[in-house]
Ligand binder design. Structure first.
Ligand code: IDP
Ligand code: MG
Length: 487
């Protein structure tokens, strides 16, 4: 009898070893030892009762029973220990957990369950199922707590009785954790009305009346979270690892975990779609920037070229005007000389009297009879020369002037350029005349102001004028002389 019992135990152990070996190999990556010729799949150590047979086989050598290669479960204890260590190490890694196994639900044994002594039985059902108890307490629930808990049923006719019944005795609120704990919890509870609950469910097995249905269970993950927070503090919830974990959950935990990790990584980088969207956005941004820079360069070139051609045109015009005035000046001088010579009968009339005095020919050529006439002529000539000199002195002297084009840059696109221009033109100086102005875009919606002025070189320093403009700090960031031309 005892031998028979032992036999059966050994048989089971061999099956168990196989399962264990496969399981350990799967989880820990432990290598099988090479197939060996073994005369006992269930080794001598495992099966002491076979010892005599083994000896016989050794002696027999080529016995009838063909020795077939059988994989050894573990070649030695060191291998086994090694595999165990590896398994434990891997299990200890957090990514080895399947987050789905961490789902929590709120279960509460109602006062009728306590009164009827079903607390242990019901807890046992959850434990047996493989769920893990994270929190539990035995308490009398206050009315406000129960009203909050059942607030969604406040309008129901049975609400006052429900609150009274729930507060009529102690309750056992609990937090259970496990794979699909919320849904599975509801399945284990059975329908709200016990008359509809299937046998095998808690309500189906232990109660008959909807108003005395002994147990509560969260109906969704969201309400579970809410209810757990309502009934428990964070400190009251224990986090622990059941030694049964790997016997309750298979290794798809790992798959779930990897999938979860991938999902997490993707959501961190914004998902594959949003990543490509980000790249597209970045590309567009770079393209825009390049276009903007191109536009800026084109603008600058265009402006500068326009300005340069305008300046060279002005320069040419200036030269032509200068030539015209020079020609006119010499013509006037010539004409004046002629008029004088015609009027005075002497040429050139423009010569000063002193020069005439030095003229030996004239002096020695004059006789006493003509002395008075000559004196009169000399007086008239002197008067005319004086008048001419006076007239000439009244003519404006040629004044050196410069035409300046200032580039006045604002701080940003919000700077009021009209105000800035007003400020510039508020600078009034002797020898300064403000001219035309225009706004020139410099990119990113910002415009600069170009303002022209003519200054008399003697009276106005261009550098000082620039500094004066820069003093309008509220508007002006910097001032540059874009172009300068002598007039
Ligand atoms: P549940 O407990 O299965 O989630 P709910 O509809 O949320 O069912 O109702 C909450 C509790 O209110 C029930 O467990 C039960 O105790 C009670 N209840 C529900 N319907 C009735 C009813 O028609 N008469 C009396 N009590 C009811
Ligand atoms: Mg409910």
């Amino acid at each position: 009898m005892a031998a028979l019992a032992q036999e059966s135990i050994w048989f089971n152990k061999s099956q168990c070893d196989d399962a264990e070996r496969m399981y350990f190999e799967k989880l820990s990556g432990a290598k099988r030892s090479a197939p060996v010729e073994d005369d006992s799949a269930h080794s001598a150590a495992d099966k002491p009762a076979s010892k005599p047979d083994k000896k016989e086989k050794k002696k027999a050598g080529s016995s009838k029973k063909e020795t077939k290669p059988v994989e050894k479960v573990w070649s030695n204890k060191a291998d086994c220990d090694d595999a165990e260590t590896k398994l434990q190490e891997r299990l200890a890694q957090p990514e080895y957990r399947n987050p789905a196994n961490g789902e929590c639900t709120f279960i509460m044994l109602k006062p009728d369950a306590v009164h009827r002594g079903l607390v242990g039985t019901i807890i046992s059902r959850f434990e047996s199922r493989g769920f893990k108890l994270l929190a539990a307490k035995f308490m009398r629930a206050s009315k406000p707590l129960l009203e909050t808990h059942y607030s969604d049923l406040a309008k129901k006719g049975f609400f006052p009785e429900l609150i009274r019944y729930m507060g009529s005795g102690p309750v056992v609120p609990m937090v259970w954790q496990g794979l699909n704990a919320v849904k599975q919890g509801r399945v284990m509870l059975g329908a709200t009305n016990p008359k509809d609950s299937a046998p095998g469910t808690i309500r189906g097995d232990f109660c008959v009346d909807v108003g005395r249905n002994i147990i509560h269970g969260s109906d969704s993950v969201e309400s579970a979270e809410k209810e757990i927070k309502l009934w428990f503090t964070q400190q009251e919830i224990s986090s622990w690892r059941s030694s049964q974990t790997e016997w309750v959950y298979e290794e798809e935990e790992l798959k779930g975990s990897l999938a979860e990790q991938l999902h997490k990584t993707r959501s961190q980088v914004g998902g594959p779609e949003s990543l490509s969207a980000q790249i597209a956005r970045a590309r567009q941004h770079i393209k825009n920037s390049l276009e903007c820079v191109d536009g800026l360069v084109a603008n600058v070139d265009e402006d500068e070229m326009a300005l340069a051609s305008k300046l060279s045109a002005l320069e040419l015009e200036n030269k032509q005007l200068k030539k015209v005035t020079d020609d006119l000046k010499s013509l006037i001088l010539r004409l004046e000389g002629r008029v004088t010579s015609l009027e005075g009968g002497k040429a050139p009339a423009a010569k000063p009297a002193a020069e005439d005095d030095d003229d030996d020919v004239d002096l020695f050529g004059s006789d006493d009879d003509n002395e008075e006439v000559d004196a009169e002529k000399a007086r008239i000539t002197a008067e005319r020369l004086k008048a001419y000199a006076e007239k000439k002195s009244k003519k404006p002297a040629l004044i050196a002037k410069t035409s300046v084009l200032f580039d006045v840059k604002p701080w940003d696109d919000e700077t009021d350029l009209d105000k800035m221009l007003e400020c510039c033109k508020s600078i009034q100086m002797d020898g300064l005349v403000w001219g035309a102005s225009k706004k020139v875009p410099i990119g990113y919606g910002i415009e600069k102001l170009q303002v022209m002025c003519i200054v008399e070189d003697e009276k106005v320093s261009i550098e000082e004028l620039g500094e004066k403009i820069e003093e309008f700090e509220d508007y002006v960031q910097s001032v540059d002389v874009a172009a300068m031309n002598k007039i």
